[in-house]
Design a protein around this ligand. Structure first.
Ligand SMILES: NC(=O)c1ccc[n+]([C@@H]2O[C@H](COP(=O)([O-])OP(=O)(O)OC[C@H]3O[C@@H](n4cnc5c(N)ncnc54)[C@H](O)[C@@H]3O)[C@@H](O)[C@H]2O)c1
Length: 367
């Protein structure tokens, strides 16, 4: 059971809504059915209260494959995403195109009165994000960013306790997202990846999840960032590459907490320190947030666990989106969460690229 269900509860009060709406299915379209989009499509098809009415991808082979997967719903297909926006039958849209297209597509969909599930990062520049925040606030439709760590039950339970003071004041966070290797160079998927303007690099495209979890645990977004990055191993691999293969960043938060974050793609398998970690240090002790949620008291007393391990559902975030659409549940990753996560990552890139301390307030995005 995901956290959203728990908040809604299983009380009789929600049942009539279920019963009332059970005959209608949310008419859903998918824009981008590549690697992630194909996964999302399968998960959407598995929801009992949706039907896939339209598919879009500008690669015809992917479109065909997706149409086969969705055959039972007999969706229309198009290579032009604006046709999805203009399609009056479409109530909800999943956007899983490369990052640089997200904001433009999401703004258009919201303005056309559609509910939007937009993959992370929700934008790659402050101005795209500013436009999207404005459109989402002006709309009465659901917006869910694909920051699916927000629907992980164990993590959410541990962070709630941290936010309530279980480890005292938050003093420092040490986190990393390291990979054992670069993504493939064959362009089979993510052929946009090594182009900084299209992906934002590893930090914006992938670490946006980890940075979001850090912000969530600290309970706010950072106010400034300094850092360094570069290409030390994969110089000109693939040819023309302009994204970093490593970065080392320090963020400062308004409450005085610091986040030390590193990202790299040459962390050998089997190294004693896990490739992804988030350690949160508070005035009462520290938590290994990403795996065990073990709490290690500063006074040396016995360690305890903040949140028990539970069986997490792979489709929890997708289910949560339809609970918002069907039952008015609160978005687990609304536009503010998506914007703060993306801007935190963008801030890290700008600090490295401009070689100076970057201030959040200079982004001019009100989140
Ligand atoms: N939430 C997660 O955990 C998660 C995991 C993987 C990927 N993602 C995100 O999903 C997005 C897609 O990543 P991917 O790995 O699936 O990439 P991909 O390249 O496999 O898929 C993107 C698809 O979009 C299509 N596309 C590109 N431009 C288009 C356009 N103008 N109109 C219509 N279709 C267009 C491409 O043809 C491709 O099929 C990225 O933003 C990525 O960050 C999220």
């Amino acid at each position: 059971m995901n956290r959203r269900y728990f908040v809604l509860g299983t009380a009789a009060a929600v049942r009539p809504i279920f019963a009332q709406a059970s005959s209608e299915k949310v008419a859903t379209a998918m824009i981008g059915v590549g690697n992630r989009g194909a996964y999302l499509l399968k998960a959407v098809m598995n929801q009992p209260d949706t039907r896939v009415v339209a598919l879009c991808d500008n690669k015809p082979d992917r479109l065909d494959k997706a149409a086969t997967v969705a055959a039972k719903d007999n969706p229309s297909t198009t290579t032009e995403w604006r046709k999805i926006i203009d399609n009056k039958d479409v109530e909800a849209v999943y956007i899983a195109t490369p990052p640089y297209l997200h904001a433009e597509m999401a703004v258009a969909a919201l303005k056309a009165g559609k509910h939007v599930y937009c993959e992370k990062p929700i934008g790659t520049t402050p101005s795209e994000i500013r436009d999207l925040v404005k459109a989402a606030r002006a709309s009465n439709k659901v917006f869910v960013a694909g920051q699916q760590m927000r629907t992980m039950i164990q993590l959410g339970t541990a962070i709630k306790k941290i936010n309530e003071g279980a480890i005292g004041d938050i003093l420092f966070v040490k986190a990393q997202r390291h990979a054992t290797r670069d993504l493939p160079y064959d362009g089979s998927s993510g052929d946009w990846y090594y182009d900084f303007k299209k992906s934002g690099g590893y930090l914006v495209e992938q670490s946006v999840h980890n940075l979001d979890a850090c912000n969530w645990a600290i309970g706010q977004h950072p106010i400034r960032c300094a850092g360094f990055g570069g290409i030390n191993l994969h110089k000109n691999e693939p040819q023309g590459r302009d994204i970093y293969d490593h970065q080392s960043l320090t963020y400062e938060y308004a409450n005085g907490a610091k986040l030390s974050f590193t990202q790299m793609v040459f962390h050998p398998r089997g190294m004693p320190v896990n490739n992804q970690t988030i350690a949160v240090f508070g005035s009462k002790g520290a938590v290994d947030l990403l795996y065990s949620t073990n709490f290690y008291p500063l006074d040396g007393t016995t360690q305890s666990v903040l949140a028990e391990k539970v069986e997490e559902k792979n489709d929890a975030h997708i289910r949560a989106f339809f609970d918002c659409v069907r039952h008015g549940a609160k978005s687990p990753a609304d536009v503010v969460i998506g914007a703060q996560a993306a801007l935190t990552a963008i801030m890290g890139n700008e600090a490295c690229r401009q070689g100076k301390v970057i201030e959040w307030k200079d982004f001019g995005v009100d989140v």
